[in-house]
Design a protein around this ligand. Structure first.
Ligand SMILES: [Mn+2]
Length: 353
């Protein structure tokens, strides 16, 4: 109920009589329920949970006794009744709902003022408590181990897809319930594409090989990138690897609560700029992660936001040379007062197989 109480305080601060939560990740965060259909209607002094009969038992199992449970497939009809009975005036909703859903909401709550509230629950999720960090740490451990095991599996002649399948299967063997996203395994010239899809290309001597992957463990994710090399490296590959590693480390050295998000990005970018590869670092330094692999905070240009203790963000500088190769090194960082803790621990120095 603590999280719901924080949300209720936010409603009071924003003068909202109710807030409709449709995002299933937010529903899980607030109530502990996970399933494919659920809606929560939060009022400053009451919480109502709606789901259909498939999930009645599962919901009753996890819901706090103070949450009113309603089994229905027509939650907006129930919300309409509630709004009338309780004389609600201002009702918030998540602007990520489908348009047809919004139209039905607007039709049923025509007497109420509807207020689109972006990132209301997400802004609570942005600070992780110790129990959430412990779960994210487990997800990172699984990814670390899968990478270490993959080093024995990766050989000349193996295809990108074979390596992706190995990582995916291994993470599940180690206890993951799923993947954070489709694993990226990009070899040779494909590694110049930051988000290449693994294909039938076979590993060749001299290849750069970028592995970007993560898993879901107890609802929370990991997200890690390592770049390794096949048989040998040329001078440029070795120098680029050191440069990206230095950029990744500069971020780790400087990250702490109170830091501007823009400075976090700049810590890596200034090094890569100085080395003359600025335009080849074509994406932002990272993103928040937790229940979702991409969540607030995001590193938008010109952002004046600052880190707070308890945020978890990725640190993933990369350099991509069209037609040649590219590389990226990514860690997950837990931001604290006075520093940060690196949650991903797999080796990231120059590895040649
Ligand atoms: Mn990432």
């Amino acid at each position: 109920m603590k999280r719901l109480e924080k949300l209720q305080a936010e409603l009071v601060a924003r003068d909202l009589d109710g807030f409709l939560v449709n995002n299933l990740t937010n529903v899980y965060y607030l109530t502990g329920f996970s399933g494919s259909n659920a809606t929560v209607f939060v009022e400053p002094d009451a919480v109502t949970f709606f789901t259909d009969s498939r999930y009645t038992l599962a919901a009753k199992d996890v819901l706090h006794p103070n949450i009113r449970f309603v089994e229905t497939r027509l939650e907006l009809a129930e919300v309409e009744k509630l709004a009338e009975d309780r004389g609600l005036k201002r009702v918030g909703f998540e602007p990520t709902v489908p348009y047809h859903y919004y139209q039905e909401l607007a039709g049923r709550l025509s007497e109420q003022k509807l207020v689109a509230e972006a990132n209301l629950v997400e802004s609570l999720r942005i600070i992780k408590d110790e129990s959430e960090i412990a779960v994210i740490q487990e997800a990172c451990k699984i990814s670390d181990q899968a990478f270490i095991d993959a080093l024995d599996f990766i050989k000349l002649g193996k295809t990108e897809l074979e390596i992706a399948n190995f990582l995916d299967f291994r993470m599940r063997e180690l206890g993951a319930s799923g993947l954070s996203f489709d694993s990226i395994v990009a070899s040779g010239p494909n590694s110049a594409m930051p988000h290449a899809h693994p294909g039938q290309r076979k590993l060749e001597a001299g290849d750069t090989l970028t592995l970007d992957f993560g898993c879901v463990f107890n609802h929370y994710v990991s997200d890690m990138t390592r770049t390794i090399y096949l048989d040998h490296v040329n001078d440029e590959q070795a120098a680029l690897h050191q440069l990206v590693l230095d950029a990744n480390q500069a971020v780790i050295d400087q990250a702490q609560a109170g830091m501007l998000l823009a400075d976090f990005d700049q810590a890596a970018r200034s090094l890569i700029d100085q080395a003359g590869y600025g335009p080849a670092f074509s994406h932002s330094i990272g993103h928040g992660m937790g229940l979702e692999v991409h969540e607030v905070p995001f590193f938008r240009a010109g952002s004046e936001d600052r880190f707070q203790s308890g945020m978890v963000v990725t640190d993933e500088p990369g350099i991509y040379l069209d037609g040649k190769y590219g590389l990226r090194i990514e860690d997950d960082l837990w931001i604290r007062e006075g520093g940060c803790q690196v949650l991903t621990k797999a080796p990231k120095e120059l590895i040649i197989i």
